[in-house]
Design a binder for this molecule. Structure first.
Ligand code: UD1
Ligand code: UDP
Length: 396
């Protein structure tokens, strides 16, 4: 019998866990592979929320998170911690996702051991090394030596080709976040109790229009967060609007938001939601106000307008599809753009259309099939496993 290929998948934060759990499930279901999971614990509570709902018990948990961790101390402990796991596991391949410190250090530790790396969500580029910071550089580092690049979209694949990555090692697969969203939606349909925890807030805000909100970007800490908080205060003055804001556990985010927004009638500052409850928040929101990467990808799939509180985005597909708009971190601009969506039905309708520029819900199995083929365990028709967006660029 052929020995399965040992793949070590390394992740550590909430968004990586959400985007990796469909891959873990797909690897587990494929006999070509011995899928192993190493979590760095870069996040703790927010990572555990995802592991729990996805039913994943990691083979290794480095438990590295420290309160208010710095990028250099985090990166150093990630590199040595993941390195030790690689020495004990000796995987044939390492898979990392996205652009976090864990992804960058996991890839680098593999490279130091000459273990090939497959990069999922490869090729995202804003073109600005300070936005998002430090993620733009993290993914460029990984992209400079990965042996396989799973680009979510054709735009991302093209960015890699422009950087002279061999086109033969780039595959356009869609983003596994859409697989995760489909999976959690199906789970909620089977078990509505999984997302029933918002009922009290939903009752409190009955009849109001809900603005779902998240904010955590490191480059927005300080001035940007202050401006975001002041925009939310102004929006919450309106009697017909309520803001539901699960606040990221980063103490620098919490300090500002608690100080500026606690106790307002029309604002619910709540703890980070697990994924089923966040899916519920997306469903009940009129629009999303966010600086998150993942939320920019999920909202278009659900036809929810998303105002992105960033200066640039490495995910232009949502903007091109018309469901996302960049509004930066200027308080006036955030308020003006939000009010436009609330008060101008035509502006709202123009953005509130479901598109799937980021994925079709089959990205994880597509990636695993491609891995099997690339590693000589099966054959697939070269074109059979390419994600094609549904009208993302057709202006429809
Ligand atoms: C990290 C990622 C960012 C990603 C974000 C998703 C890097 C450099 N940044 O940023 O790309 O968008 O996660 O949320 O990798 N904390 C907790 N409990 C948790 C999680 C965080 O208490 O479960 C607190 C800790 O005090 C921690 C701090 O938040 O030190 C910052 O966490 P960290 O992972 O370093 O940075 P993020 O800003 O979360
Ligand atoms: N999310 C969640 N609970 C929350 C807020 C967000 O489950 O309270 C999910 C959201 O659906 C998305 C992901 O977390 O899939 C985004 O993570 P985050 O904003 O922390 O990081 P980013 O995507 O910006 O890297």
């Amino acid at each position: 019998m052929t020995v399965p290929i040992k793949i070590l998948i390394v992740f550590g934060t909430r968004p990586e866990a959400i985007k990796c759990f469909p891959l873990v499930h797909a690897l587990d279901a494929d006999p070509h592979f011995d899928g192993r999971v190493c979590v760095s614990g870069q996040h703790r509570e927010m990572l555990d929320q995802v592991l729990q709902i996805a039913g994943i018990v990691p083979h290794h948990d480095l438990d590295l998170m420290r309160p208010d961790q710095t990028l250099d101390s985090l990166s150093a402990s990630l590199l040595t911690g993941i390195g030790r796991v690689l020495d004990s596991e000796k995987p044939d391949w390492v898979v990392v996702q996205g652009d976090t410190a864990t992804a960058m250090a996991g890839a680098l530790a593999a490279y130091y051991r000459k273990i090939p790396v497959a990069h999922v969500e490869a090729g995202l580029r804003s073109g600005n090394i300070h936005h998002p910071w430090p993620e733009e550089v993290n993914r460029k580092i990984i992209g400079s030596f990965a042996s396989l690049h799973f680009a979510p979209t054709e735009t991302a694949a093209a960015a890699l080709r422009r950087e002279n990555v061999d086109p033969a090692i780039i595959h356009t697969t869609g983003n596994t976040v859409i697989d995760a969203l489909h999976w959690v939606t199906a789970r909620i349909a089977q078990e509505p109790q999984l997302a029933a925890g918002l009922r009290e807030i939903e009752q409190r805000f009955a009849g109001k229009r809900i603005v779902g909100m998240t904010s955590h970007r490191r480059e927005n800490l300080g001035e940007g967060m202050e401006a975001i908080a002041s925009a939310v205060r102004r929006l919450a003055d309106r009697p017909d609007v309520a803001v539901i804001f699960p606040v990221h556990l980063n103490p620098n985010v919490r300090a500002v938001m608690n100080q500026r927004l606690a106790g307002l009638d029309n604002v619910a500052l709540i703890e980070p939601l697990d994924y089923p409850h966040f899916a519920r928040l997306l469903a009940i929101s009129t629009l999303m106000l966010t600086d998150s990467g993942g939320v920019q990808e999920e909202a278009p799939a659900l036809g929810k307008p998303v105002l992105v509180m960033r200066e640039t985005s490495e995910r232009p597909e949502g903007v091109e599809a018309g469901t996302a708009k960049l509004v930066g971190t200027d308080a006036d601009r955030i308020v003006v753009e939000t009010v436009r969506l609330l008060d101008d039905p035509a502006a709202y309708e123009a953005m509130a259309r479901a598109h799937n520029p980021f994925g079709d819900g089959h990205s994880a199995t597509r990636i695993v099939k491609l891995l099997a083929a690339r590693l000589g365990r099966s054959s697939i028709a070269p074109k059979a496993d390419v994600f094609e967006a549904d009208g993302a660029n057709d202006g429809a």
